[in-house]
Design a protein around this ligand. Structure first.
Ligand SMILES: O=C(O)CCC(=O)C(=O)O
Ligand SMILES: [Fe+2]
Length: 370
């Protein structure tokens, strides 16, 4: 699904906002089949060339630098994580909201610089996950959780907050597997999650379908070398959204594996959730996550154009235009809203007017879409 043709390279600086939107790329240059040509056309230092080449070839890049996270108080971070209710499940989601140390790791200037260099777009850190121990997560591509339109503008960064040994269930990943197509549920023959239970993990179908996904994805890894990340504290690994990865089995339950994952989107993209979307029919579950740096909602623009989201049941079709969408009360949208967000069932918001009121009062701030 990687675009085979590439648009001519703009003569302007890539960060220049006056770049005509028609020249914005449809694929990150490091994921383009013509990467080598694109590399030649950029006048890069030896170091930057080899970083770009590595990421393009392998789908990940390891950054080892003794002082990368010197400004982070790891003990304060650990105290926060241990006291958090999520620690019982070994997963603290979006701890950055209350823990400045987690936010510092997510917004590390050197990491952001490298990501922006690799993707040639302004980066938007939007989700953090903190772990105390190995996750033992089965192999997957983050694409299935978070993706973008245009495609492949999403990446993750895994950071070791202590030395990682084989016993503690290190991260594993398959070198070069990002070059596979972005496998959606439709590509794999997995049934679409029905709207009735809502498009979330509360819906029991979500877990069932995800288990099927993990089983089918396990069949895709054999051509690629499996790597295991046993590294020193402070090492970071940037992975492409389509790189297959997971958590190794934990051999010794008494051993911790303190680590943080941050997920990143990019400006001028629409953020979608493929596992809840019908990718083949272009019916999308859309999210509007919070930018960690600014605390503002990420805009869902498509290469400079405004998006108009037309509900079709709980999902959306997307149209683009030069004008922003004016969101008004609309009974049809309200029906779709209540279908999409099943947690509102039975609440005082479960009427057409109530749904619009919920969206204005709470939904916008929670990243919901009307
Ligand atoms: O840390 C791990 O074991 C895997 C985490 C992961 O896959 C993720 O957060 O996307
Ligand atoms: Fe992941």
């Amino acid at each position: 699904m990687i675009a085979s043709a590439h648009t001519p390279l703009p003569k302007l600086d890539w960060m220049n906002t006056s770049t005509p939107t028609s020249l914005l790329r449809q694929t990150p240059w490091v994921e383009d089949p013509d990467f080598e040509l694109l590399l030649k056309s950029r006048k890069l230092s030896e170091r930057d060339s080899s970083m770009a080449r590595e990421f393009a070839r392998d789908g990940f890049l390891i950054i080892e630098s003794a002082d990368l996270f010197d400004d982070v108080d790891i003990n304060a971070l650990k105290e926060f994580v241990i006291a958090h209710p999520g620690s019982a499940h070994n997963r603290i989601t979006d701890g950055w909201k209350d823990c400045p140390e987690i936010k510092k790791i997510a917004c590390n200037p050197e990491i952001l610089r490298v990501i922006e260099f690799l993707y040639e777009r302004e980066v938007i850190p939007f989700q953090t996950l903190n772990f105390l121990r190995g996750t033992e997560q089965r192999t997957h591509a983050d694409f299935i959780h978070f993706a973008s339109l245009p495609a492949r503008y999403m990446c993750g960064v895994w950071v070791a907050l202590e030395d990682v040994t084989l016993k503690s269930g290190p991260l594993h990943y398959y070198e070069g597997s990002h070059k596979l197509p972005e496998f959606s549920y439709q590509d794999l023959g997995i049934e679409l999650i029905s709207e009735k239970g809502g498009l979330s993990w509360e819906n029991p179908e979500t877990r069932l379908r995800y288990n099927q996904y993990e089983t089918l994805i396990a069949e895709k890894v054999s051509p690629f070398p499996r790597r295991v990340l046993t590294v020193k504290m402070g090492t970071a690994l940037i992975w492409s959204s389509n790189l297959l990865h997971g958590g190794n089995p934990v051999d010794d339950r008494s051993v911790t594996r303190w680590s943080q994952v941050t997920h990143y989107f990019f400006e001028n993209t629409v953020s979608i959730v493929p596992m809840f979307s019908n990718m083949q029919e272009q019916l999308y579950a859309i999210t509007a996550p919070t930018e960690i740096r600014t605390g503002k909602r990420k805009e869902n623009k498509f290469n400079g154009r405004y998006t108009h989201l037309l509900p079709d049941g709980a999902r959306f079709r997307i149209r683009t235009s030069d004008e922003p969408q004016d969101i008004q009360f609309d009974p049809e949208r309200s029906t779709a809203y209540l279908l999409r967000y099943a947690d509102l069932a039975g609440s005082s918001f479960a009427t057409p007017e109530g749904a619009f009121e919920h969206f204005l009062k709470h939904g916008i701030g929670e990243g919901r879409v009307y």
